[in-house]
Design a protein around this ligand. Structure first.
Ligand code: SAH
Length: 435
């Protein structure tokens, strides 16, 4: 019964993302139920339990009615039909009250699955583990439920624009918590967390080379490192790097004046390190950052807008670090399309993300490296070329008469984006499979 929540059915996804499922009028209830059921059949991924629970109840009571009619065979036809009418009335009233009770229970347990019309104080997220005393069966159901909800929210974030995502999380902030609960559990099953890889890279490069020296981290003229972590989640990068910088300052004279600033942006202010912003438009000045990171954060269907925003805020020679799930690259289709099973082909294949790299080049970035050594994600490094390199390259292209060609490639990319958002072809949505 707990599963009879419309929000979990993919059929209604769009409605929920854009302002919630409207309450259905009672007189249309049966019609709507029928519709929903056929919707379930089409979009049942990850919602089979819900569907079963939803359907079995009415089916059983129907069968029960029939048996009873056969047992009451001694009644006259009229008596029988009178009784039948009364019974139907009783049943209807009963089922109404059951529906009412269910709805109440769902509200209490599953909280804000349906979107409130106006932004109201959100109900806290579903407590899946502790606090509430649940029987083992209930616990199992709740964890299944939270898994389905994670997959649902995940799919939403990959199939809507960034503006819609910001609106969705503003209206239902608890979706963010539920998402991250599931996300953490997914990532914990991977051999490596990409955030840790980025932190390690930051530390190694800081310690092994001087800031702004070849191979060293890029900084401002006065060697300040300014990082923008776009779609930071719970801002782990900021927490880890800040801690590391503090240690280094204490530890060695060389780093006494080490100056590192990390800006962490996401859809919800989960902690003090985070600034709420749609990463297509962050509150940073032009050319004010020296490193921009997207760690599994290119989620909106318009993610090339995020890349353009990175270009805007990066200073020349500033670096762009990206990690994305391997199965998102069209060149690297996994057989069954899952990310949580290690189905990837040869990890060393250098064509991974070629189309993606080409698109970023058309946004103005220079490609430094692609690292495919990790099983689950690919890492890319780009940098924003300074004006002299841009001019040099342009002259070279003109000499080869290829400049016009590149300009038309840019135009082609923009035209293609208009017809279909890049989230539908350049990077595929990352859909997690049901375990
Ligand atoms: N970088 C973190 C979190 C990755 S999950 C890590 O690797 O641990 C992806 C994050 O991107 C989510 O927290 C999601 O809320 C955020 N996100 C997606 N679209 C966004 C947008 N348009 N603006 C800001 N954050 C966004």
């Amino acid at each position: 019964m707990l599963f009879q929540v419309e929000g979990w059915k993919l059929k209604n996804d769009k409605k929920i993302a854009l302002g919630g499922v409207k309450d259905k009028k009672k007189k249309n209830k049966n019609k709507d139920k029928k519709k929903e059921r056929s919707g379930d059949e089409q979009h049942s991924v990850g919602h089979k339990d819900a569907q079963h629970d939803h359907e079995e109840q009415p089916a059983k009571s129907k069968k029960g009615d029939k048996t009873k009619q056969r047992d009451d065979g001694v009644d006259t036809h009229e008596e029988a039909s009178l009784k039948d009418k009364k019974k139907r009335k009783r049943d209807a009233a009963e089922s109404d009250s059951i529906t009412h009770k269910r709805a109440k229970a769902i509200k209490q347990v599953a909280s804000n699955t349906t979107t409130p019309k106006a932004p109201v104080e959100p109900v806290p997220p579903v407590p899946v583990t502790t606090q509430t005393k649940l029987t083992p069966l209930q616990q199992k159901m709740m964890s299944k439920l939270s898994g389905s909800r994670f997959r649902w929210i995940n799919e939403q974030l990959y199939t809507i624009t960034s503006e819609e995502a910001l609106k969705l999380i503003k209206e239902q902030p608890s979706l963010f918590d539920e998402y991250h609960e599931g996300f953490k559990s997914q990532v914990s099953s991977w051999p490596e967390n990409p955030v840790d890889v980025f932190v390690k890279q930051f530390e190694t490069r800081l310690l092994s080379r001087n800031i702004n020296a070849p191979g060293g981290l890029p900084g401002t003229r006065d060697k300040k490192i300014v990082v923008a972590d776009m779609g930071c989640g719970e801002a782990q990068f900021s927490a880890d790097v800040t801690k590391f910088v503090q240690q280094q300052r204490k530890k060695s004279k060389k780093y006494k004046n080490l100056d590192v600033e990390v800006h962490s942006f996401d859809l919800k202010k989960q902690n003090d390190r985070i600034t709420v912003a749609d990463i297509k438009n962050v509150p940073l000045e032009d050319e004010s950052a020296t490193i921009v990171i997207f760690c599994l954060a290119l989620m909106g269907t318009n993610f090339l807008d995020f890349i353009k925003e990175a270009y805007r805020i990066l200073q020349p020679r500033g670096e762009l670090w990206i990690a994305e799930i391997k199965s998102r690259f069209s060149e690297k289709q996994t057989g069954k399309g899952g990310n949580d099973e290690f189905e990837q082909e040869d990890a060393e294949n250098s064509t991974v993300g070629k189309e993606f790299v080409d698109a970023l080049k058309l946004c103005g970035f220079f490609h430094k490296s692609t690292d495919n050594s990790n099983k689950m994600f690919t890492r890319f490094e780009f940098f924003k070329p300074p004006q002299d390199i841009i001019d040099e390259r342009r002259a070279k292209l003109e000499r080869k008469r290829r400049f016009i060609e590149e300009e038309s490639e840019k135009e082609k990319l923009e035209n293609k984006r208009e017809v279909k958002p890049e989230g539908q072809w350049l990077l595929k949505p990352c859909i997690y499979k049901r375990r």
